[in-house]
Design a protein around this ligand. Structure first.
Ligand code: ZN
Ligand code: ZN
Length: 112
């Protein structure tokens, strides 16, 4: 998400905030972008990947809306423990993890 009150003509790094941890960006950790400015940090993506892909758990029953793709989803998902309005579906976790792992700017790898 973008910080409330951020000037769209003059965006600063710290105006970009992870929807799942509300951590402001400092340019030193990866962020993956979803629809309409939604963002997830590499750390949150690691937690989501571990929970949903490796442990095969889910936070919510089918029918929730994913914060990243904005679709109503039936697959498993991870809900931010700190900000329950932030939810990421299995598909977005997989896509984000694949994209981030390939990104040479960041030393991020899928957890095992
Ligand atoms: Zn985060
Ligand atoms: Zn999604």
């Amino acid at each position: 998400m973008q910080r409330a009150g951020a000037d769209p003509e003059n965006m600063e790094l710290s105006d970009f905030i992870c929807d799942f941890s509300h951590k402001a960006w400092d340019g030193r950790f990866p962020l993956v972008e979803g629809h309409r400015g939604s963002l997830i940090s590499g750390d949150c993506l690691t937690l989501a990947y571990r929970f949903v892909v490796l442990e095969e758990q889910t936070s919510l029953e089918p029918g929730y809306t994913c914060t990243m793709c904005l679709e109503e989803r039936k697959d498993r998902c991870w809900q931010s423990p700190a900000y329950p309005e932030a939810v990421i579906c299995l598909r977005c976790i997989r896509q984000g993890a694949t994209k981030l792992q390939k990104d040479e700017d960041w030393d991020w790898a899928k957890p095992e």
